[in-house]
Ligand binder design. Structure first.
Ligand code: DX5
Ligand code: ZN
Length: 554
C-alpha cells in the first residue's frame, strides 16, 4: 500500500507533521489515546468514548492526510477539519498537540477554569488565543450544525477556486438532528465534491445504543438516497481509512461510514454506553496507560503450512488470515544464499498486493538488500526489515534506511538469535520503526523457539527503551501458545506466527486462542499491578466483567 502522496502533490511542503509510515502512525495513535485519557482523568470529566472511537479518524487526518500549517492556521489553501461531534474534544486536543498546536503538558488543564481546552472546542482566533488553540476551525457542542458549516466553507472555497477539502466528522447519534438531513440535501444539490464527511458509526449515543434510541439504519442506503457517494469501512483500520480519506469524490459529496467501537482501546469502556461521558479515576490512569501500551499485532507468516508457497496458496492464506482478523501479513523473502532456502521475491509480492489492503510486513532474508530495495518498495510493502548480518556495513544500512524513510515505508532491522544489535544502531533509533529479534535461525517455518532468546529480549528491550527507542519489537520464529505470552511479557508487540496458524486445521480457533491468551495475560498483569498500587478493590469494581470474561480470580 502506498502511504505517501495525497490529493495534492505539494502536500508535504505545507504539512510539516506528515507521517506516512504505517508503524509510526500506529505509535502516534497510541500517544494520542494516552494524552486524551490523561487529560480526562486529570479533569475528572470528559468524553473518552467518542475520543477513542474517532482516534484513528482524527489521527490519520492530522498526522497524514490534511494539508495545513499549524503555525499559519488561517492559510486559505489549507484543508479543513470540522469536528461536528465536538464532544470528542479530548481526542481532538490530543491530536492537535501532537502536531504542534500547543505543548502536550497543557492537556492536563482540560476543562479547568481559564484553560484553552474546554469541554467543547472553541474556534481559534489569533486575537483571542487565550480562548482556544491553533487549528480549531469550529466551535462545537450543539449537535447537528457542523455539516451545514462545512457546506458554507465548501461553497466559499469553490468561489475562491481553492482545491482543498473540508472533512466533517459526524457522530451517529448526532444524525438524529433534522438539520443534518437538510444539509445533506444541500450538499448534493451543490455537487460538493470538496466535502468528505466521516460518520463515526460507534452505534452508541449519550443515553444508549443508537438503534434503541432513534434507529438510523439502514444508514448506508439513507445517504445513498440523498445522492452522496458512500463507502463503508472499519474506522480503526488505518489501511482502510487512509485511501478513502485521500480519494476525492468525483461529482458529489462523499461520506465514509466508519464502523468503530466506542471507547476502543480500553476494554471496560469499549462498546459500553456508560463511558460516553465519564472520567476514569486518576488512580487508575497508570493501569489504563499500561493497557494502551499492551496493544499488539498478529502478523501471520504465509510461507508456513502444508499448502506450500505457490501464488494461489499464498493468496488463499492471505484471505484466510484477513478473514480471521490478522493485523498484517508477514512476508518471508529468502534468497537461498543468506539462508539455506528460497521463497519468493518482489514480483510475487506485487501480485499479492492487489488482493488485500492489509499492511505488508516484508522480512528480507537476502544478501545485499540495498540492490533490490526499489522492487520491494514498488511492490507496496509497508514495512521492510533487513538483517544486520546481511548489510556489509553501517553505510549500507544508512542508504537503505533513508530510502525507506523517503518512500514512506517503515524501516526495520532484524538480528539472528546469536547476533547482538550492532553498536551503530543506537544513533539511528529515531529512524527505526521495528526491531525483529529472531527466535529461530532464519530459513524455515515450523522450527522450535530458541529459549535463550528470551533473556536476550529481556536485556535488550529495556536497554533500547532507555536509549529512547519508541518503535516496535517483533518476535519471529517458533511463536505459539507456549511462547507468545513470554515474548509479550518481555516487551514484544508484533507476533509473527507461521506454523502456529497455518499448521493448524482450525485457523479461526488459533486466532481466537492467541488473542484470548494475550488479552488474559495482560488482564492478569493489570490485576497484579492494581494490587501493588493498593487499588485492587476499586479496580475490580470497574473491571469486573472483563476479569470474569478471562476467568481470572478477583
Ligand atoms: C523464519 C521466518 C519466520 C517463520 C515463522 O526464517 O523468518 O517468519 O517463517 O514461522 P513459524 O512461526 O512457523 O516459526
Ligand atoms: Zn520472518
Amino acid at each position: 500500500m502506498k502511504w505517501s502522496g495525497g490529493h495534492d502533490e505539494n502536500k508535504e511542503a505545507d504539512n510539516m507533521h506528515s507521517i506516512n509510515r504505517y508503524l509510526k502512525l500506529k505509535e502516534k495513535l497510541k500517544e494520542l489515546r494516552t494524552l486524551a485519557l490523561t487529560g480526562i482523568a486529570e479533569a475528572g470529566s470528559g468524553h473518552p468514548g467518542a475520543s477513542f472511537s474517532a482516534a484513528e479518524i482524527m489521527g490519520c487526518l492530522y498526522f497524514q492526510i490534511m494539508k495545513f500549517d499549524i503555525k499559519n492556521p488561517s492559510n486559505p489553501s489549507r484543508d479543513y477539519f470540522i469536528n461536528s461531534k465536538a464532544h470528542s474534544a479530548p481526542g481532538y486536543y490530543a491530536t492537535l498537540s501532537l502536531v504542534g498546536s500547543f505543548p502536550k503538558e497543557e492537556i492536563r488543564t482540560l476543562r479547568k477554569l481559564d484553560s484553552r481546552l474546554q469541554g467543547h472546542p472553541v474556534r481559534y482566533s489569533k486575537m483571542q488565543n487565550h480562548h482556544s488553540v491553533p487549528g480549531i476551525e469550529y466551535s462545537g457542542g450543539s449537535e447537528g450544525i457542523g455539516l451545514s458549516v462545512s457546506i458554507g466553507i465548501c461553497l466559499a472555497n469553490k468561489l475562491d477556486k481553492q482545491e482543498n477539502i473540508v472533512y466533517c466528522l459526524l457522530g451517529d447519534g448526532e444524525t438524529n438532528e433534522g438539520q443534518i438531513w437538510e444539509a445533506s440535501m444541500a450538499a448534493a444539490k451543490f455537487k460538493l465534491n470538496n466535502l468528505i464527511a466521516i460518520l463515526d458509526r460507534n452505534k452508541i449515543q449519550q443515553d444508549g445504543f443508537t438503534e434503541e434510541i432513534m434507529p438510523i439504519d439502514p444508514v448506508k442506503e439513507k445517504w445513498l438516497s440523498f445522492n452522496w457517494e458512500v463507502v463503508e469501512i472499519n474506522g480503526h483500520k488505518i489501511e482502510q481509512l487512509i485511501p478513502e480519506l485521500l480519494k476525492k469524490p468525483i461529482d458529489k459529496p462523499k461520506i465514509i461510514i466508519a464502523n468503530t467501537v466506542k471507547g476502543n482501546g480500553i476494554k471496560h469502556m469499549a462498546n459500553n454506553p456508560q463511558w460516553h461521558g465519564r472520567a476514569p479515576s486518576k488512580k487508575h490512569l497508570p493501569l489504563l496507560i499500561r493497557e494502551l501500551e499492551g496493544e499488539y499485532m498478529v502478523s501471520p507468516s504465509i510461507i508456513a503450512g502444508a499448502d506450500g508457497i505457490g501464488e494461489e496458496s499464498l493468496k488463499q492464506k492471505i484471505t484466510t488470515a484477513e478473514r480471521h482478523g490478522a493485523d498484517m501479513i508477514h512476508l518471508d523473502v529468502m534468497d537461498g544464499k543468506f539462508v539455506p532456502n528460497s521463497t519468493f521475491f518482489f514480483d510475487t509480492i506485487k501480485k499479492l498486493r492487489e488482493g488485500t489492503k492489509l499492511p505488508f510486513d516484508a522480512h528480507l532474508m537476502i544478501n545485499n538488500p540495498d540492490r533490490v530495495l526499489d522492487g520491494y518498495i514498488d511492490a507496496g510493502c509497508d514495512i521492510i526489515t533487513v538483517h544486520a548480518e546481511a548489510c556489509s556495513n553501517e553505510q549500507e544500512f544508512e542508504r537503505i534506511n533513508s530510502k525507506l524513510l523517503s518512500n514512506g515505508v517503515s524501516p526495520g532491522l532484524a538480528v539472528n538469535p546469536s547476533t547482538e544489535l550492532p553498536e551503530w544502531i543506537f544513533s539511528r533509533l529515531d529512524n527505526l520503526d521495528v526491531i525483529i529479534l529472531m527466535s529461530v535461525n532464519p530459513g524455515f517455518a515450523g522450527q522450535k523457539f530458541i529459549p535463550e532468546v528470551l533473556p536476550k529480549m529481556k536485556r535488550v528491550i529495556p536497554l533500547l527503551r532507555e536509549r529512547g527507542f519508541k518503535g516496535y519489537f517483533e518476535a519471529d520464529g517458533g511463536i505459539d501458545m507456549s511462547t507468545i505470552a513470554q515474548c509479550f511479557d518481555a516487551g514484544c508487540r508484533i507476533f509473527v506466527m507461521g506454523n502456529a496458524i497455518f499448521g493448524h486445521s482450525d485457523v479461526d480457533k488459533r486466532f481466537k486462542d492467541t488473542r484470548f491468551m494475550l488479552d488474559s495475560y495482560l488482564e492478569q498483569s493489570l490485576l497484579d499491578e492494581s494490587q501493588s498500587l493498593n487499588i485492587r478493590e476499586d479496580w475490580v469494581k470497574g473491571r469486573r466483567n472483563i476479569i470474569e470474561q478471562f476467568n481470572l480470580s478477583k
